[in-house]
Design a binder for this molecule. Sequence first.
Ligand SMILES: [Zn+2]
Length: 226
Amino acid sequence: MTRTVPVSAPEAFHDPDPHARPAAMGIGGQSAIDLPAAEQAAADLLHALGVRTEGESLRDTPGRMARAYQELLSPRPFTLTTFPNSEHYDELVMVRDIPVRSLCEHHFLPFTGVAHVGYLPDDRILGLSKLARVVSHVAARPQVQERLTKQIADWLAEKLAPRGVGVVVEAEHSCMVLRGARASGSTTVTSTLLGCLRDDARSRQEFFALSRAAHRGRSGTGQLNP
Ligand SMILES: [Zn+2]
């Protein structure tokens, strides 16, 4: 028997601090985004920054800016299907190098990288492509990398009730590379471990060996953002 849960909006995810993010950002999906208003605001921002948009090359820039942010803030709905673990597979299921693209909510500049997501199944398993869909779904909103990492893990824990979950995200933040510290080439690594991936040393080591990621301590998410 398969079990299917439609996932339409990020509200379906457990958000530890829903008030930490603005309400009018199109969080609930594309319909909440007022594209003409965003385009006008982008034009106002550019003018306030001393950028003239009258010329042919920049004339459509406010619209392109608005549509680019719309795309980054619009999660694509997907249907979650889980299956019974009829083979009683009890080893780590892991998908590595899942692309991550999100927006740093502090600077509204993108951060990009990869996620390594694994779980130790119990009664249910998940279509492998769904792990990538979960990552992109959670990323389509203003984020900090620590919360993004935890939301992926919490979501899997809630939907699959596995014996353990591990998530590592490695990302480069434009706000670190282009401004401030100008730390070109630096990567921020965050991890969240739940269940026996957190409590059992052998499982934990296997997960981190497979994720090839720097292990920044076993407790929860790292605090590596500027
Ligand atoms: Zn930032």
